[in-house]
Design a protein around this ligand. Sequence first.
Ligand code: NDP
Length: 460
Amino acid sequence: MITPTPDLDLLVIGAGSGGVAASRRAALLGARVAIAEGRRVGGTCVLRGCVPKKLLMYAAEAADDLEAARAFGWDMADARFDMARWATAKAAETSRLEQVYRRMLADAHVELIEGRARLEGPGRVRIGDRVVTAREVIIATGSSPVRDSIPGVADAATSDELLDLQRLPAQATVVGGGYIAVEFASMLARFGVPVELRYRDRLPLRGFDPLLRTAAAEELAAAGVALHPGGAPASVQRKPDGWMLTLADGRSLHTPWLLNATGRRPNTVGLGLDTVGITVDTSHAIPVDAHGHTAAPGVHAIGDVTNRVNLTPVAIAEGRALADTLFGAGGRAVDLSRVASAVFMLPPIGSVGPTEDLLASSDRPIRVYEAAFRPMKQAFAGGTQRTRMKLLVDDASDQVLAVHMIGADAPEIVQSLAVALTAGATKADFDRTLAVHPTAAEEFVLMREPARRLTAAAVS
Ligand code: NDP
């Protein structure tokens, strides 16, 4: 029997950052590639996440800049933020970026097939009325906000809806303590919206270094956000004039506007995974090995849909590495052991490497270096924001294992230092690096005495 040649070498499902990167790399390597997309091209990061979020952060940051400008001698009439104007400009920018993505696909000779894709068996995918066959399939369908984390929360706004608002709410209650919760609480406060932040833990940003978690709580409080640790609602109920929250102790509270920031979930429903024998895990993610291969031959997955490290640059790196494995010299797995990340609250956070708690639970001796100061701009303008920095150094090898920072430009600074860490820089390398003065980043090369040492004895 002659097996018919498949229509394609590769079909990618989902034209977000990861899927587009995988498809372009595969096409560059000579594969016949198509990409299926059921919504707009660009995915969460470009259309509903990182990009519009950062554009809103710039708008919020302008509130701090305007305040500082007065201290620096500028005379200004009262300024007012117009959300509708921002929304129009944001829509124009995301549309422009969508066109850029479409052009990139066309230039790479990747066929865009518009419609929702569903697997119909090994190497067979239906997209609308069309059925295509492909030697390899990469699932890159991303994730969506969780809408069933709390009874009654399904209709509450998520980051998707917030980024499409035409008018700011009179007051906002944000539920959750992760990236999205603190970023948007911080921004809404800059726009003058009274914000309540309700989260389960003692501090926001579970999983981050304790220095950053404590500082984030302090900076949010200083910006006027009312913090409610242990104050997440047990259930919520929609009312004609907003929402009724029922707390764990039975108390009821009213809020005109509720933001559900309780996490995201992989988009795996309706993909026909059962037709190729894939079973999702308890977090609804597609299980994959280090290369992105699923248990089904010829079916692979990258990015948020695999729920490993849910960040855009990771999805892009996974997509390219997988395309290399399938169509190039191959064999490369993405190293997820040291992924830098940022939280774009104000002031922002940048972080790479393990937290102090995590290292404290290992038995390797660690030196902890810290700096905390009011940066020059804040000091001059009478601001209260402080910059905090931490280096975690392996005592035996002198290797710098982690850099944590909260303060102006932290993501930009930590991105550069991440290169040094990837190269295996030691504390001695930091020490012999001359400072750029006057900057905040120079503190990273001027930390001489450890604030404390974590010894195996102290840990046990
Ligand atoms: P996160 O996973 O960061 O945080 C989810 C938050 O929701 C946690 O604080 C969690 O609390 C809380 N939560 C979960 N269930 C409940 C519940 N039933 N009741 C109350 N609280 C609950 O998710 P986000 O939605 O903030 O972001 C999703 C992902 O998107 C992030 O993990 C990140 O990978 C990515 N992202 C990255 C950004 C960046 O790079 N700057 C920005 C935005 C998102 P607890 O800690 O107690 O479990």
